[in-house]
Design a protein around this ligand. Structure first.
Ligand code: NCD
Ligand code: ZN
Length: 343
């Protein structure tokens, strides 16, 4: 196969940031995806519909005349009210609410300290059909960092689903066989996004010949057996799994630091990297469902109608992309060759 045409995909989990960084990174997402679920973990976080309106304006400005549609999210806190959820539902452009357990990841300090404090908001979301997007890791420092996703399933997710059986939940950026099994064996209210890095890399990639901060993200990369489980899930044809890059840009010096930020930038070549992963499984025929159908179906949105074309043309990913003020961004697979190119 030398060309692959699929319905234009959407990205169901992306960090577009704000200010100068937004202006630099948003066009990469807009050039391949029709829509994206935009994460609200700015500083300060997007906790209200009013802030989401202002943020969406800045995104639209950043992408210029592209017809890309940002789908907005609210950042859940211990104090999110049912009224704010109702406003979100009425807004039509806020499509979900994001749960960051406090301290779990980048800009999560304003996150939820105990999910039971959010019952009013969760009940309103269940009623409104507004999905909860979960960063599925416990924050207990006594739990090994590689076990935090599995612990989250037992300690938070299962009790939550028992208390709100009709609440739609997206288990974001899943990284383990445990999460795959849980999503597959639990009801239709739960779906999951999978990133390119968790499909293409295992945890060895963080330590190959030395510390590799640009392969560090949260949830952290896992063992090869987990990568295999994710590859099987993504290419299985199950409509519960869909594309969410978790593209999370941080300037080079924030990554290459004594305490490097978590996050991998993948928006420069996301669909090409997914194609590479699906080809590894001999399952390019399953890419369209994963990238373009399962997400909108889960969210109850229409599927896109235009198409994109990928061509088998080897190209080398740049070593860096520019950001404002002389800063740079090191992309996923910097300097490596990809066999698929978006045309
Ligand atoms: C994300 C970020 O930088 O905002 N980082 C990451 O490692 N994925 C936050 C997140 O999604 O956890
Ligand atoms: Zn994320």
């Amino acid at each position: 196969m030398t060309q692959l045409q699929i319905t234009r995909p959407d990205d169901w989990h992306v960090h577009l940031r704000d200010g100068d960084v937004l202006n630099h990174v948003a066009p990469y997402t807009a050039q391949q995806f029709a829509r994206a679920i935009v994460m609200p973990n700015l500083q300060p976080p997007v906790t209200s519909v009013k802030q989401a309106v202002e943020y969406v304006d800045r995104i639209v400005h950043a992408i210029g005349d592209s017809d890309f549609e940002p789908l907005m999210t609210l950042y859940l806190t211990d104090n999110t009210s049912a009224e704010e959820i109702i406003l979100a539902e009425k807004s039509c452009f806020v499509k979900a609410v994001k749960l960051y357990p406090a301290g779990a990841t980048t800009n999560s300090s304003a996150g939820v300290t105990d999910i039971r404090k959010c019952d009013d908001a969760l009940a309103a979301m269940e009623e409104a059909g507004l999905p909860l997007l979960v960063h599925g890791e416990v924050t207990d420092p006594a739990i090994d960092v590689f076990d935090r996703e599995a612990a989250f399933i037992d300690q938070v997710l299962m009790p939550l689903m028992n208390r709100f059986p009709r609440l739609k939940i997206v288990f974001e950026h899943i990284t383990t066989a445990d999460a795959v099994d849980f999503v597959l064996n639990t009801g239709l209210t739960i779906g999951a996004t999978i990133t390119p890095q968790h499909l293409l890399l295992n945890r060895n990639a963080m330590f190959k010949g030395g510390m590799r901060p640009h392969n560090y993200c949260l949830p952290v990369l896992k063992r090869e057996q987990h990568r295999q489980a994710l590859l099987h899930a993504a290419t299985s044809g199950s409509n519960k799994f869909f594309l969410g890059t978790d593209s999370a840009p941080h300037a080079k010096d924030k990554k290459e630091s004594g305490c490097g930020c978590a996050g991998i930038f993948s928006a420069h070549a996301a669909i090409e990297m997914y194609a590479t992963a699906f080809e590894e499984m001999n399952a390019l025929d399953k890419l369209e469902g994963f990238a373009s159908f399962n997400g909108p179906d889960f969210y109850g949105l229409s599927r896109n109608t235009e198409t994109i074309t990928l061509e088998r043309t080897p190209w080398v990913i740049p070593d860096a992309y520019p950001l404002a003020n002389g800063e740079t961004l090191i992309p996923m697979m910097a300097g490596e060759t990809l066999n698929w190119k978006l045309i």
